[in-house]
Design a protein around this ligand. Structure first.
Ligand code: FES
Length: 102
């Protein structure tokens, strides 16, 4: 089974770009960097990237929710995105400090 399917559903990344805290902390830059990384690894058709409202992780933004795994990641820097996507691909651990929980 593809690691981009979870219980038969395609992985979706929701990036908080509309919440004011993540917006201030460069969420749009993270969205672009994630898109670039998905394209770099040829995954743009396998993983949905979506803009989101506040995910309730404001103090640790920019925040990203991975569904349907229901995992939250935060404290993103643009440089983390490639390693994050690589980890998703391998179902490995995300870069240190990004996993916030479920
Ligand atoms: S403002 Fe982004 S998680 Fe709340």
């Amino acid at each position: 089974m593809s690691c981009f399917l979870f219980m038969g559903q395609k992985l979706k990344l929701f990036v908080c770009t509309k919440g004011k805290h993540c917006k201030k902390r460069g969420a749009k830059k993270i969205l672009c960097a994630l898109l670039d990384s998905l394209e770099t690894f040829g995954l743009e058709d396998k993983v949905c990237l979506k803009k989101s409202d506040c995910l309730g992780k404001c103090g640790r933004g920019p925040a990203v929710q991975v569904m349907p795994r229901d995992e939250y990641y935060g404290n993103f820097e643009a440089d983390d995105c490639e390693d994050f996507v690589k980890a998703l691909k391998k179902k490995g651990k995300p870069p240190k400090g990004l996993l916030l929980g479920h």
